[in-house]
Design a protein around this ligand. Structure first.
Ligand SMILES: [Fe+2]
Length: 268
């Protein structure tokens, strides 16, 4: 059982690359299930639209997770009520539309649970991610409802992500961080069998400032002008990880970092 997770898709550059390359990657890597974080996928680099959701699902994505930018495109409020493959963080307010967890069928006939969480430190206000994680684990036992569990923790700081990795160790197949748009080199299988990666990185143009046009971002840091951020439009790198998972116990056998194309591809 091979599960591909791709980090935050940013703008047209990231979307186009996912649509172009994902079908081939699924075949060549024998992928059974694909999760992407899509909260920056809209052309403005924030939020996601119904058209993009449909395009991603039709090119092989099974589930789209999000984070702090989930509501940045107004249509998402209605879309997420009917589109169960689009998740928002579980620990948003209870009044938020949509779901933070779902169970989906994979190629090969397995049930894959996908849990979307958001960190508390330097992020928008949301419920305590540690209390919500404990509640989730108390209510959902792995063997009963799903064969595999993938956790996307959308957060800013590394220690919070690593701590959540340990909270889920032995309970989840893979805990992966998103949001910083920078892939970390610490992918490993933890002691009790959960694969862990502090940040998946992004699917976007790295000739940028975390996917956004560099010159404009620098101007904003100097406070020279108030032009809104907009994405860089060059060739994207696709960043994430492939987890080889064991159907007998739902845990990870192996994690390999996945970096393809654009400025981050090593042989460019
Ligand atoms: Fe984010």
């Amino acid at each position: 059982m091979n599960i591909l997770f791709l980090g935050d898709i940013v703008g047209n550059s990231g979307c186009s690359a996912v649509k172009k390359f994902l079908p081939t990657i699924i075949k060549s890597e024998k992928i059974n299930f694909v999760i992407v974080n899509g909260e920056n996928a809209a052309k403005e680099g924030v939020g996601i639209t119904e058209n993009i959701v449909n395009e991603l699902l039709s090119c092989g994505v099974d589930v789209i997770t999000t984070g702090n930018h989930v509501w940045d495109q107004k249509e998402t409020f209605e879309l997420i009520k009917k589109q169960k493959r689009l998740l928002r963080p579980l620990n948003l307010s209870n009044n938020a539309p949509g779901n933070g967890f779902g169970i989906y069928d994979s190629i090969g006939g397995y049930k894959v649970g996908v849990l979307n969480l958001m960190g508390n430190i330097f992020m928008k206000k949301c419920d305590d991610v540690f209390i919500k994680s404990k509640e989730f684990l108390d209510q959902n036992t792995e063997k009963e409802k799903y064969d595999f569990l993938i956790v996307d923790l959308h957060g800013e700081i590394t220690s919070e992500k690593m701590a959540i990795g340990h909270v889920f160790d032995g309970h989840a197949t893979f805990v992966v961080g998103t949001h910083t748009h920078v892939p970390t080199n610490d992918g490993r299988v933890l002691n009790k069998g959960t694969a862990y990666l502090t940040d998946a990185g992004m699917c976007g143009d790295y000739d940028s400032v975390i996917g956004m046009n560099a010159e404009n971002s620098i101007n904003r840091f100097y406070k020279r002008d108030s032009i809104k951020h907009y994405p860089a439009e060059g060739e994207a790198s696709l960043c994430g990880a492939i987890i080889e998972a064991n159907p007998k116990n739902g845990l990870a056998l192996n994690i390999s970092q996945f970096i393809f194309g654009g400025q981050l591809q090593k042989d460019n």
